[in-house]
Design a protein around this ligand. Structure first.
Ligand code: MLT
Length: 402
């Protein structure tokens, strides 16, 4: 049975415009209907009025990704992404059930008010219903550096921070998060990606790094092993420039230290225009063939589909921001020789076409004492394509740290 936070609703002809598309007013009312249906199947539609509270909408942001038509069944997923004392933020997504197309995402900020409009606490029963259980492994929300990030934290021990690439989310580290017992595994979605907030402006490697430093502060972590893939590696270099003394070791997967050249910078701008004009789905379709080794796609088409969906669900503001951040990132090759004394592991998929093997060899050779592990049969996403080999390589490296 579907979780009560998932609601299926059918689009009717009277909700559509002259061209047959679901119109904006109806989008809003379907989002609202889904919320009430969810409450009806959960703690009851009167969960607010029972507590003398009314959830007043203070802000709404809707991103329309694709058209919906009469007869389409849309699956609305509801999640509370921030739960304050008197306010909460709910993120809703609508996907067409028959082909799983992302139709729209919405974020609503509510303040609970009494009959006189004064803020009063969010009813506990509602908060409990919407919060993922402690054992679900779901990401929780933490507000740091002015942005609300989704972050999964598991286990106890020395801290290990996973930083995903573009345009991805923390779930690319699933096997490593689940498998590396004995460490406190911290895996956020970077701003603009996954379930984290996607502000329109304010993206750079420095800002991503500052978000992560603030996240570590909130979690009470002083010293950390950083493990980043591709753009996650670019973030690590920036983190090292500012907070080298907090870093116990680095794991650089499928990444490079060089800045973008002229052609690569131009390509970033073209990609940003594509994202703005055609949405995240177009970016996902362009990226997918470069992400995975051909053997991975052949052996696990469902994995390829999962990666495509993850990329296609990224918010356009986050994509455009990441492209600008990558385009403008500094060259880090000069930083590498200064890392003497910092244990470093470089991992690369043997068939990676985005950050190929010869670049990884150069990267490892430039960091004094770094080890290189080549993952056979993997493309750009070694942690996902060859999860056990990648997890084992990380575990072996971590053991050496003592
Ligand atoms: C990534 O995987 O993070 C990106 O492909 C890196 C890049 O485009 O430079």
């Amino acid at each position: 049975m579907a979780h009560p936070t998932e609601i299926d609703l059918t689009v009717y002809p009277d909700e559509c415009d002259a061209f047959g598309h679901l119109n904006q007013a109806s989008f809003l009312s379907l989002f609202e209907r889904a919320r009430w249906e969810m409450l009806a199947r959960g703690p009851g539609m009167d969960v607010f009025s029972r507590g003398g509270a009314w959830p007043a909408v203070r802000k709404t942001v809707i991103d329309y990704h694709a058209a919906a038509f009469p007869g389409d069944v849309l699956r609305f997923h509801q999640a509370v992404t921030h739960l304050g004392r008197t306010s909460f933020t709910m993120r809703q997504t609508a996907r067409r059930v028959k082909d799983d197309t992302l139709i729209a995402t919405a974020e609503f900020v509510f303040v609970c008010v009494d009959r006189d409009g004064r803020p009063i606490p969010v009813p506990t029963e509602f908060g409990e219903f919407m919060s993922p259980g402690p054992s679900s492994g779901d990401a929780r929300r933490l507000t740091v550096n002015g942005v609300s990030l989704a972050v999964e934290v598991q286990g106890e021990g020395p801290a290990l921070l996973f930083i995903h690439g573009y345009p991805m989310d923390h779930t690319i580290w699933r096997d490593q998060i689940d498998g590396l017992d004995g460490y406190r595994r911290i895996a956020p979605d970077l701003r603009g990606m996954g379930q984290s907030d996607a502000p329109d402006l304010g993206y750079s490697m420095g800002i991503y790094a500052a978000d992560l430093a603030a996240l570590l502060d909130v979690l009470g972590v002083d010293e950390v092993v950083l493990c980043g893939l591709s753009m996650g590696g670019y973030v690590i270099f920036e983190f090292l420039r500012r907070w080298r003394d907090r870093v116990r070791a680095v794991i650089l997967a499928d990444t490079r230290a060089e800045a973008d050249g002229t052609e690569a910078r131009r390509t970033r701008d073209v990609a940003a225009a594509t994202a703005r004009e055609s949405g995240a789905g177009a970016i996902a379709d362009t990226m997918l063939p470069k992400m995975l080794a051909p053997g991975t796609v052949e052996a696990s088409p469902e994995l390829a589909e999962r990666i495509r969906r993850m990329m296609a669900a990224t918010q356009v503001a986050g994509i455009v921001g990441a492209l600008a951040a990558m385009r403008d990132r500094r060259d880090s090759t000069g930083l590498l020789p200064t890392l003497a004394g910092l244990p470093a592991l470089v991992i690369v998929g043997e068939e990676d076409v985005i950050t190929p093997l010869d670049g990884a060899r150069r990267l490892a050779a430039s960091i004094p004492g770094a080890r290189l592990v080549v993952v056979p049969g993997a493309g750009h996403l070694a942690p996902v394509e060859r999860p056990s080999e990648t997890t084992a390589a990380i575990r072996d490296f971590l053991r050496l740290l003592g």
